[in-house]
Design a protein around this ligand. Structure first.
Ligand SMILES: O=C(O)CCC(=O)C(=O)O
Length: 337
C-alpha cells in the first residue's frame, strides 16, 4: 500500500532549490524538557563502563580533541563540547535522531531509507567554520546523505547560532587530489579558496538560524554551514545533530539496528574500550611519535592520532604508529578516531 507523503510538493521543491528545510515545532515542549533532563543524566551517570566519547576543550584551544566521557573533568560541561553517538546507547535520543516521522521525511528527501551514521549532542554552539559534511563523511553514492539539527534551547545572536548558505549545495564541489570530497589537512586552504570563489560567483550569503526549542532543520550533504562565535558563554544552546547515510550505501540489513517503522541506525563498535592505565600510555606514546613526514600527508582533516589509538586498542597494543597504521590499513578497514 502506498503511504502518504509527509512533505508537500512545495517543501520538497524548497529543499531541492535551497538545500534545506525547516520543520517548526516538530518536537513538543514535553519532549524537549525530557531531552534537557537526559543531558543532566548523561553528565551524572559517567560510570566505569560508560562507552561514550566527548570532543571538548581541555588542554587545547580547539574542541577537536577527543576524550573518554567518563574521564573528563565535570568543568568540561561549562565549555563547548560534542558528546558523540548518544543515539547508540539511549532510547530517548533515538526518538529524536530517528523518530518515525523524521525517518519518513528523510526517505522522501533522499529517495531511499535513511540510517543514522552518527550523532553529536551540543550544549553550546560549535563555533566551527564553514564546512560541508562531506569533508568528514562523504556518502559512497553522491548526495545521498543529509543531516538534521534539532533545537533544544532557543537560539539568539549571543549563543552562537548555526549559519548556512542557501543554494550552496548546487555549487560545483571541490574535489580533493584523491578524487573524493573528503578533506585532507594539506589541501584544506586551497579547498576553502575555491569555495569562497564559488560563493562569490553565485552571490550566496550566509543566513543565521534562530529556532525555537523543538524546531528542526534538515540540510543537504553539500549545504555549506557552520557555527557562529559565542558572545555569551553563560547561555546554553543545546542541540542534537544527526547525520544520515542511506541503505543504497549499506544494502545489507545486518549492518543496521532496525528499530521498526523504518527507523534504522548503522551499527558501530563502541568507542572507548581502553583502560585508564593504557590511556596514560597512549598519551606518552603519542607525545613521543617520530612519524616520517610522508606518512602524515593526505590524512583526513580531523584525524587525531591520540583518539585513533584510544578507539582502536588493538593498534595501540601492537605498537603501531597511528598515522602509518591509518594510511596502510585503517582507512581501508573504515576505522574511526
Ligand atoms: O551546531 C553547530 O554549531 C554546527 C554543527 C555542525 O556544523 C555539524 O554538526 O556539522
Amino acid at each position: 500500500m502506498e503511504t502518504q507523503n509527509l512533505l508537500s510538493v512545495e517543501q520538497k521543491q524548497f529543499f531541492d532549490t535551497n538545500g534545506y528545510i525547516i520543520l517548526e515545532r516538530f518536537f513538543n515542549e514535553v519532549q524537549v524538557s525530557e531531552f534537557k533532563q537526559r543531558i543532566d543524566h548523561f553528565w551524572m551517570d559517567r560510570g566505569k563502563g560508560n562507552p561514550l566519547t566527548i570532543d571538548c576543550y581541555l588542554d587545547r584551544k580547539d574542541p577537536n580533541s577527543r576524550w573518554l566521557f567518563r574521564e573528563v573533568h565535570g568543568d568540561a560541561r561549562n565549555h563547548p563540547y560534542k558528546l558523540n553517538d548518544t543515539h547508540l546507547v539511549d532510547g530517548l535520543i533515538q526518538e529524536f535522531s530517528i523518530s518515525e516521522r523524521l525517518a519518513k521525511i528523510l526517505k522522501e528527501l533522499l529517495g531511499a531509507p535513511a540510517s543514522v551514521c552518527n550523532s553529536l549532542l551540543f550544549e553550546r554552539g560549535s563555533q566551527q567554520g564553514p564546512h560541508f559534511d562531506t569533508f568528514y563523511m562523504p556518502s559512497k553514492t553522491p548526495n545521498k546523505m543529509c543531516a538534521s539539527w534539532i533545537a533544544i534551547d532557543p537560539v539568539t545572536d549571543a549563543n552562537g547560532p548555526l549559519f548556512y548558505y542557501p543554494g550552496s549545495h548546487l555549487m560545483e564541489p571541490y574535489k580533493f587530489s584523491d578524487g573524493t570530497l573528503r578533506a585532507t589537512q594539506e589541501e584544506f586552504p586551497k579547498a576553502m579558496d575555491f569555495i569562497r570563489k564559488k560563493l562569490e560567483e553565485h552571490d550566496l550569503k550566509a543566513v543565521h538560524f534562530y529556532p525555537n526549542p523543538g524546531d528542526v532543520l534538515i540540510w543537504h550533504a553539500q549545504l555549506l554551514h557552520g557555527g557562529s562565535a559565542i558572545k555569551d558563554m553563560s547561555q546554553t544552546r543545546a542541540s542534537l545533530v544527526t547525520h544520515y547515510w542511506t541503505t543504497l550505501d549499506f544494502p545489507d540489513p545486518t549492518q543496521h539496528i532496525d528499530l521498526g517503522d523504518g527507523r534504522l541506525i548503522l551499527k558501530k563498535p563502541h568507542q572507548a574500550a581502553i583502560s585508564r592505565e593504557e590511556h596514560k600510555m597512549v598519551d606518552e606514546f603519542v607525545n613521543g611519535l617520530t612519524t616520517p613526514k610522508e606518512h602524515r600527508v593526505g590524512l583526513p582533516l580531523n584525524f587525531d592520532p591520540r583518539s585513533y589509538l584510544l578507539m582502536n586498542p588493538d593498534v595501540f597494543r601492537a605498537a603501531w604508529d597511528p598515522y602509518t597504521h591509518y594510511k596502510l590499513h585503517g582507512q581501508a578497514e573504515g576505522r574511526k578516531w
